[in-house]
Design a protein around this ligand. Sequence first.
Ligand code: ADP
Ligand code: ZN
Length: 596
Amino acid sequence: MPFSRSVPPTKKKRVTLAVSGAGIILIALVAAVSLSANRAQTPVRDISFSQLREISESGVAQTVRVAGEVVTVTQADGAVVQSVVTNAVAQHEVVAAFEKARVPVTFETQQPGVLVTILNYSLPAAALLIFGLIGWRVYASMGVQNDSSASETGPAQPVTFQDVAGVDEARAELAETIEFLRDPDKFGRLGGRPPRGILLSGPPGTGKTLLARAAACEADVPFLSVSGSSFQEKFAGLGAARVRRLFARARKLAPCVIFIDEIDALGRKRGRGGDSASADQDQTLNQLLVEMDGFEQLSGVVVIASTNRPDILDSALTRPGRFDREITVNLADMRGREQILRVHARKLKLEDGLDLGWIARGTPGFSGADLANLLNEAAIAATRDNSEAVGRPHVEYARDKILMGVERKGFMMDEEERYATAVHEAGHVAVGLAVKNGDPIHKVSILPRGRALGVTQALPERDRLMRTREYLEDQIAMLLGGRAAEVLLLDTMTAGASNDIERAVEIARRMVAEFGMSPLGPIHLGKPEDPHSQKLLDRIEHATNDIIEAQLKRACEVVDSRRAEIAHLVAGLLERDTLDADEIHESFGIVQEKAA
Ligand code: ADP
Ligand code: ZN
């Protein structure tokens, strides 16, 4: 059955092979099979409609394929994402957005690729493996393979430093690189040492990719973008070949920027495992080192790599002449967040009273990507409300959604469960209000969200750079407040506290083992095989336990002394599901006055 179908002429590469003569049909077939095996290796990530919309506006999309309800986007970095859009109007809208951004959109009838079908039914697995291997080699050596993992974007999707906010230091550090790319020769004449490799390290979503792209755009040079994970191959040598091709292409395009996202995927410390995948990784990394060492002084190619795990990189990567400049891109502080919000608010209509500074204050710890997402979700909420502009309630809704997960509407808890959840959450609130050094309680809710039945939200007022012992203890006490209330007021325990306990223990363990905040004093754990370390581990467990016990006791004392207030809060929660800061204070304040 599979053979009766003709190959759909959509895959240019396959066709190129097929027409090059009947004699190599077999090779073509095998090569194509291995190609589709390779395609299957690129993991397709499922994304939500709102993420799809964000992508349609972000300029990262390279091609879009629509097959029925499935919209598949290949991004400039090689990543493939897809979203099922059942609503025809919504699909139309998002497709229009892609077309407006001049991203090519193709429509396909849904039909399993004939080669995939062959793969599934016809060839025995062993033969497939052998053919695939040979085919791949032939295929690669024929030079037909269009390196789909590297994508080049010129000025078609301009990103300037105007679009990257709150990262002034990183930007300043890139200035010299831009200077070099603009005029490599001049740089040499002046005797400067041209930059080769720059490592951008920092948490995900902080704008590392954006920075690299902006640097290329400002210098007006091509931007070759690849993902470190796209070099992960099953067969030794393939990853290295890709690196070679990438650099060959870069030399032709020079001056240009090669951007390697998630370099930790290929730059891990070498020589860990004996399997072929890790052998391939070692070869890939070696090839990268060779290519970087082989740069002529003024070849005009700058490699920018990004990672959020600089600690696991092979040290050979960061030697002089390779990635010898590290630029740390941190989460933005409040001012930075406001600037980032300003960038993303440009394309939105905001209500007059909506102050971006207010949003920035309420979003400590949010990355640039989180903030972009926040405004996007708020805009969607505003559209759903038929509002003219984005207002506070939309932002509040979006933030709750990002922080706590989506409300599970229609998931009904029975009254007993609601009551138990309310008591548990009220315990968190009571302790949170009683402790001096904790973060202010922002909201409490017994609407199930994600996997949680209830949530108490505490947000820092400012960005915390320093966490004191008192702050950490207060956090632990607050986390254990839920359990304390269960024990004292419900005379039972629920499994819902397990996540609280996990987090509390984690903080306590770090206090002991990392921060030296226990009677053990400043300690450091050596290698696991060291018997001394084993003994120390036991003592760490003990000290951790002591902290937990002490804070649970403290939480119980608070709950015990606030029974009336807690009862009041529980009643409010049962009535209204969610209470904000004012309502919480009111509830506690009124009762306190009465009690006085
Ligand atoms: P990273 O590479 O650090 O993981 P990205 O550069 O891919 O992060 O950022 C993802 C998205 O988040 C960007 O496309 C942009 O919309 C937004 N973003 C992140 N950081 C910033 C920033 N500093 N300024 C403006 N937008 C940002
Ligand atoms: Zn809890």
